[in-house]
Ligand binder design. Structure first.
Ligand code: ME8
Length: 530
């Protein structure tokens, strides 16, 4: 028998498809930045990546927001969806697909999916009466509500609703889901989120309503145009419809064969139940494969409350990017918040971290090294970096170990730790140069001069490795480092993770004159205005 040639599966990762009830805020940006760092890392390691993001545009909450702004749902969605794309551009988000749930290919695929689940016997009609949170777009259990039936997330009262709806037979999948969670402990990450999911499951899964008679702004239920499909039953399918090739007649099968299943759904913990319970059951019902991993990260908080569009306690990402630049924003949130946990923002902390790490540890090290090289070696490397570190250089060994550590951390979505490992290269680099004191060796001349020149090559090579290893998080900073080291943008764009190996810089290579790669953020005291 002949072995079939195997085509490597692409690495398909997704952000949530954000509601267009309001423009993006720092919480939406946070998930997208994290996804981008993971996408860039996977690409560096040679994977074909399909990075999906987009907007969730149907449902009552969106229709209400459009009406409140005095525009039609369509115009409203166009405007807000565009504001997401504009922010992703400013934040250097390298997404491959942007799906809008109002795209016609998406609507076609949702209808096909609905019909398939219907013909598999998992949809039935019934009356439902319960307490509804419009912001969650979800019926709530009275037990989980606060005083006056307030939703614990949105702090707004839920409203009593009674509807004649179509239901999805979620309860049928209870056993199969339990088995899946038990046998695939990596399916829901971090592990403490898996525990949350398993404990919900214990109280028994209940069928949920997947249509709305009261909502007009949505995809019509096939064969019953008086009802629209529940926004979650619609939106989750965006992860599949995004894969469909716009050129063709969109079909579920085509979309699925273009990369499904997803390798990683990156989401916030608020929507874990939809991704770890509803979605797998929906996929099983339609006979489709399950995503490999659902990772539920924590919340950015303000005064301990989840930052969000509904509470209006948000941090404005556009102004942060304007003020501090994309790299600083990306670096701060990924470094500061242990991925999975909640994290709080303060401007003071932001400025301290970014100045200490990017301007001082990395920027200054490069600057002072290039300064010495210019003064003493006409900005030209005297020896290959591989030769410079030949006879068991302890610093070089340290760099190799830290890079290996960062790689494993990126692979395991430990983004803050990965940043920490890379920054540690900068710290040991600074210690190395302080210890070697090349400025005085240069003055001594002779063999000492050669030793100093060699030390500069070693530090610059470490700098180059930092640029590659931090590229997933700070792509612009990395480019600027490469340019300072005498590379073209084209050479930088061809970088892969293999370039974290020692030996890139060569004798004779001419460095640019020192020019700060990251401007320190100066704090303007509030008192000065009076
Ligand atoms: O839930 N901290 O859209 P959404 C961290 N349309 N992340 C936050 C955050 C915060 N304070 N606030 C929001 C929806 N997020 C649905 C998704 S998917 C098929 C449909 C991030 O605009 C986090 O990822 O409310 C959260 O899960 C998501 O934005 C919610 O975005």
């Amino acid at each position: 028998s002949t072995a079939m040639p195997t085509k490597e599966d692409p690495f398909v990762l997704t952000t949530p498809l954000y509601y267009v009830n309001a423009p993006p805020h720092m919480g939406s940006a946070y998930s997208t930045i994290a996804a981008d760092a993971i996408a860039r890392f996977q690409r560096l390691t040679g994977k074909k990546v399909i990075f999906i993001t987009g907007t969730d545009e149907h449902g009552e909450k969106i229709a209400t927001a459009a009406a409140a702004g005095g525009s039609s749902p369509n115009d409203h969605c166009d405007t807000i969806s565009q504001s997401y794309r504009a922010l992703w551009k400013d934040l250097d988000i390298s997404y491959d697909k942007f799906i809008r749930t109002t795209d016609s290919k998406h609507e076609t695929i949702v209808e096909e999916f609905y019909s398939k689940v219907l013909s598999n016997g998992d949809i039935y009609r019934a009356d439902y009466e319960g307490l509804y949170c419009v912001n969650c777009e979800e019926y709530k259990d009275e037990k989980e509500l606060l005083e006056d039936n307030c939703c614990p997330m949105h702090l707004k009262p839920c409203v009593a609703r009674k509807e004649d709806n179509y239901f999805f037979a979620l309860s049928k999948y209870q056993k199969r889901l339990e088995v899946i969670l038990e046998h695939n402990p990596d399916f829901v990450q971090p592990s403490y989120r898996l525990n949350e999911v398993q404990s919900w499951m214990k109280s028994g899964l209940r069928d949920f309503s997947i249509s709305r008679a009261s909502v007009d702004w949505g995809i019509r239920v096939p064969n019953d145009p008086k009802q629209t499909i529940y926004v979650w039953f619609d939106a989750l399918l965006g992860y599949i419809s995004a894969l469909s090739d716009d050129q063709n007649q969109p079909t579920l099968q085509d979309a699925v064969s273009s990369g499904w299943p997803a390798s990683l759904h990156l989401i916030g913990k608020d929507i874990l139940r939809f991704h770890a319970v509803y979605w797998p059951a929906m996929l099983m019902s339609a006979g489709l494969r399950l995503p490999k991993t659902v990772f539920g990260h924590g919340f950015l908080t303000k005064d301990g409350m989840k930052m969000g569009k509904s509470l209006g306690n948000t941090l404005e990402p556009n102004s942060l990017v304007h003020k501090f630049g994309a790299d600083a924003v990306r670096y701060f949130f990924l470094r500061e918040v242990e991925f999975g946990n909640d994290g709080d923002y303060s401007e003071e902390r932001f400025i301290n971290i970014v100045n200490a790490h990017l301007a001082n540890t990395i920027g200054n090290l490069l600057n002072r090294t290039l300064g010495l090289l210019k003064k003493n070696c006409k900005s030209t490397l005297v020896v290959d970096s591989s030769v410079a570190a030949l006879e068991g250089n302890e610093f070089k060994d340290n760099v190799d170990k830290l890079v290996e550590k960062a790689k494993i951390q990126y692979e395991n979505l430990m983004l803050s730790s990965a940043c920490e490992s890379v920054l540690e290269i900068g710290n040991v680099g600074n210690l190395y140069i302080d210890g070697q004191a090349p400025w005085s060796l240069f003055k001594q001349g002779g063999a000492s001069f050669d030793l100093a020149a060699k030390d500069l090559v070693i530090v610059l090579e470490a700098m180059r490795i930092i640029a590659v290893a931090l590229l997933p998080v700070t792509p612009n900073l990395s480019l600027r480092i490469y340019q300072q080291l005498g590379y073209t943008t084209q050479q930088f764009n061809a970088v892969t993770w293999r370039d974290t190996k020692w030996g890139g810089l060569k004798a004779g290579q001419v460095m640019a004159p020192p020019n700060p790669i990251f401007a320190r953020i100066e704090v303007v005291s509030d008192d000065q205005g009076g």
